[in-house]
Design a protein around this ligand. Structure first.
Ligand code: F6R
Length: 608
C-alpha cells in the first residue's frame, strides 16, 4: 500500500529514487512522484499511472538535487490523478506517505478554517499543511514534527523535506514499516529493506511511534513521547536477492517456476529428511500443552491457514479457530487459557493481520508467525517466527509464498502431532517421505501440464464466470483458485465446498459457466464425483483436476482433465496449487491483463 523512499545523498538522487521505487512498485502503481531540494528550492515531478510514466517525465524534465524523497501510490483518498500523486507540497514542506490518516477530515476542516488552501483530495496533504503551519509559527523541523505527529490518527509512514533545511529528511512511522539505511556518507529511508538493497544492507528499523531525522552523516531517532532513543542496526538479507524476471515474461511466471526450489528450501528448515522426522526444535510453541490454536491471515495466506486447520485438527487433534484477520480483530472472541495464536503473512506487514496479532498479544497468548519477510513487523512482534524461504515475491498474486506457507503449516502440524502424541513415528516417517517428493513432483507437474493449460486457458478466457469446487483440503484450494483467477484475469470466479453446490450455487450451472473441480483420488473422491455428476446433468462444462487413478475412475465427459501424479495427502494441496496457479496465469496472459500488477491491487496491504 504505497511505497516511500528518501535519500540524503552526495550525488544526484532522482535516478536512485526511481530505482528504489521500482523495487517498491509492488506496493502500488496508481501514480508516482519524486521531490528534491536543489539550490535551496523544492521541486517535484509526478505522473499518473506506472513508474515508467514518471521516468519519461524525468527524462524530459530532469530533477537535480542530492537530497530527495519519492513515492509510488496505491490510491485510498482521491482518484489516481497527478494532483493526488505524492509528494504533496505546502509552503516549503514536501511529504510522502504510506497509510491512512484516519482523522484527516477534521484536521483538514480546521486547517481550511484557518486559511489553508488544499490542492488534492488526499488525506496526506493535511500533514504538509500542519508542518508548514508550525514552521510559519517559528518552530524548527524537529519541533514541528514533534507537534504534528501526535495529532495524526491512523496508520502512516512518512518522509518529509523542508526547503530551508536542505540537508535533512524527517521520517515517522505508526503502523506501516519504515527502514533507515546506513550508507557511506549517505543515509536512506524506505518502506522496506529490499527498496534500499542497491544502496546498503545496514538497516535500522523504526519502532511503532518513532520518528527520525536523517542527514548524510547519521540519524537521530525519537520515540512517540519525543525522547531521543537508540535503535540497533542490523544487516538485512534484502540485498542478497536479485529482483528481476530472469528469462520469464512476468514475475508471476518466474515465481510459479521457482516453487520446486523454494519449497525444498523451506521444507529443509523444518524436516530432517535423513532421519525421516520433523525437527521438533523448529517448533518454539508449546503445542503439547495447548487446548486450542487461533489462526488468522488475509487472502491467499488465509486459505493456506484454512488448509493448515485441516492438518492441525487431523494430525495433532488440536482444535483450530480461524478467521480472516479483518473479522478476527473485531470479533472480540474469547481467548481462554492454554491457547496460542498463529498468523500467516507473506509480507509480514498486513494491517489487519498485525492488528489481530496485537489483540492476541494484549490477551497474553503466545504468538507464532509464518512469514516470508523475516524483518517484517509481524515477525518482530511474534514470540516464534516460522520463516517461509520463498525469497522476494514480487508478482502481486501470491504463488510461491502460498506453497511455502503450506510447507511450513504441514511441518508444524506434524511437529504438533508428535508433541501431542497423536502422530505415530511410522506415520511421521511416511509423511516426511511424501514431503521429500514434493519438489520433484512440482517439477514434473509443471513440465507435464503447462502446455495443456495454455490451450485450456485460451478457451477459458472466453467465459465471464467460473466456479471452483473441492472437498477437504481441496475446498480452500477451490477458494484460492477462484481468487487467483479473478484477481489477475478479472473473470468472475467463486470457490465452493463441493458439498455446498446443491445448497444454492447449482442454480448458476449452465454451458456458460465452466466448473473446475479439484479432486485428488482421496477419501473424498467418490462424493466429489457425485457433485460432478450433478453439474454434468445440468449441462455444466467440467474441468477436472485429478490424478491418474481419479482420471481413470471418473466416468464423465469433461471439457478438460488435467492429470497430476498421485500425491500423498499431506502434499496434495501443494501439488494441486500448480494447476490452479497456471490456469489463472495463462488465462490472464490471453486476456492481456497486467499480470504482475493487476488493477486496484497492491502487494502489501498496510491499511484496513
Ligand atoms: C492474493 C494475495 C493476497 C495476499 C493478502 C495477504 O494473491 O496475494 O490475497 O495473500 O493480501 O498478504 P500477506 O500474505 O502479505 O499478509
Amino acid at each position: 500500500m504505497c511505497g516511500i523512499v528518501g535519500i540524503a545523498g552526495r550525488s544526484e538522487v532522482a535516478p536512485r529514487l526511481v530505482d528504489a521505487l521500482k523495487r517498491l512498485e509492488y506496493r502500488g502503481y496508481d501514480s508516482a512522484g519524486v521531490a528534491t531540494i536543489s539550490s535551496g528550492r523544492l521541486d517535484r515531478r509526478r505522473a499518473e499511472g506506472k513508474l515508467v510514466n514518471l521516468e519519461e517525465r524525468l527524462d524530459g524534465e530532469p530533477l537535480p538535487g542530492t537530497v530527495g524523497i519519492g513515492h509510488t501510490r496505491w490510491a485510498t483518498h482521491g482518484a489516481p490523478t497527478e494532483s493526488n500523486a505524492h509528494p504533496h507540497f505546502c509552503n516549503g514542506v514536501a511529504v510522502v506517505h504510506n497509510g491512512i490518516i484516519e482523522n484527516f477530515a477534521p484536521l483538514r476542516a480546521e486547517l481550511i478554517a484557518g486559511g489553508s488552501v488544499f490542492h488534492s483530495q488526499t488525506d496526506t496533504e493535511v500533514v504538509a499543511h500542519l508542518l508548514a503551519g508550525y514552521r510559519t509559527d517559528g518552530l524548527t523541523p524537529r519541533e514541528a514534527m514533534g507537534k504534528a505527529v501526535p495529532q495524526l490518527e491512523g496508520a502512516y509512514a512518512l518522509a518529509v523535506l523542508f526547503e530551508d533545511e536542505p540537508d535533512m529528511i524527517l521520517g515517522a512511522r505508526s503502523g506501516p514499516p519504515l527502514a533507515v539505511g546506513h550508507g557511506k556518507g549517505e543515509m536512506f529511508l524506505g518502506s522496506d529493506a529490499i527498496a534500499l538493497a542497491p544502496f546498503t544492507d545496514e538497516i535500522t528499523y523504526l519502532e511503532d511511534g518513532d520518528w527520525v531525522v536523517i542527514t548524510r552523516d547519521g540519524l537521530e531517532i525519537y520515540d512517540e513521547g519525543g525522547s531521543r532513543v537508540e535503535r540497533a542496526s542490523q544487516l538485512s538479507q534484502g540485498a542478497a536477492y536479485v529482483v528481476d524476471k530472469g528469462n520469464h515474461r512476468h514475475f508471476m511466471e518466474k515465481e510459479i517456476h521457482e516453487q520446486p526450489e523454494v519449497v525444498s528450501n523451506t521444507l529443509s528448515h523444518y524436516v530432517d529428511f535423513a532421519e525421516g522426522r520433523v525437527k521438533l526444535e523448529a517448533a518454539q510453541l508449546d503445542f503439547a500443552n495447548l487446548d486450542r490454536l487461533a489462526m488468522s491471515a488475509c487472502g491467499t495466506a488465509y486459505y493456506a491457514g484454512l488448509i493448515g486447520k485441516y492438518w492441525f485438527e487431523r494430525f495433532a487433534r488440536l482444535p483450530v479457530e480461524i478467521d480472516v484477520a479483518s473479522e478476527f480483530r473485531y470479533r472480540e472472541m474469547p481467548l481462554p487459557g492454554r491457547m496460542a495464536a498463529l498468523f500467516i503473512s507473506q509480507s509480514g506487514e498486513t494491517a489487519d493481520t498485525l492488528a489481530s496479532l496485537r489483540y492476541c498479544r494484549a490477551n497474553n497468548l503466545s504468538i507464532g508467525a509464518v512469514v516470508n519477510v523475516r524483518e517484517s513487523t509481524i515477525a518482530r512482534e511474534s514470540d516464534a517466527v516460522f520463516p517461509t524461504l520463498a525469497g522476494p515475491e514480487i508478482g502481486v498474486a501470491s504463488t510461491k509464498a502460498f506453497t511455502c506457507q503450506l510447507s511450513v503449516l504441514a511441518a508444524l502440524a506434524m511437529i504438533a502431532g508428535r508433541a501431542r502424541g497423536t502422530l505415530s513415528a511410522e506415520d511421521e516417517t511416511d509423511m516426511v517421505q511424501a514431503l521429500v517428493t514434493a519438489p520433484r513432483l512440482f517439477n514434473e507437474v509443471i513440465r507435464a501440464i503447462e502446455p495443456q493449460i495454455v490451450t485450456l486457458s485460451r478457451e477459458l478466457a472466453r467465459f465471464k464466470d467460473v466456479l471452483y469446487l473441492g472437498r477437504g483440503t481441496s475446498f480452500p484450494l477451490a477458494l484460492e483458485g477462484a481468487l487467483k483467477l479473478k484477481e489477475i484475469s478479472y473473470i468472475h470466479a467463486e470457490g465452493y465446498a463441493a458439498g455446498e453446490l446443491k445448497h444454492g450455487p447449482i442454480a448458476l450451472i449452465d454451458e456458460n459457466m465452466p466448473v473446475i473441480v479439484i479432486a485428488p483420488h482421496d477419501r473424498h473422491f467418490d462424493k466429489t464425483m457425485s457433485n460432478m455428476q450433478e453439474v454434468a446433468a445440468r449441462g455444466g462444462q467440467i474441468i477436472l483436476i485429478t490424478d491418474e487413478k481419479g482420471a481413470a475412475s471418473a466416468s464423465i465427459d469433461t471439457m478438460a482433465t488435467i492429470t497430476v501424479p498421485e500425491a500423498a495427502e499431506i502434499i496434495a494441496p501443494m501439488i494441486y496449487s500448480l494447476p490452479i496457479q497456471l490456469i489463472a496465469y495463462h488465462t490472464a496472459v490471453f486476456m492481456g491483463t497486467d499480470v504482475d500488477q493487476p488493477r486496484n491491487l497492491a502487494k502489501s496491504v498496510t491499511v484496513e
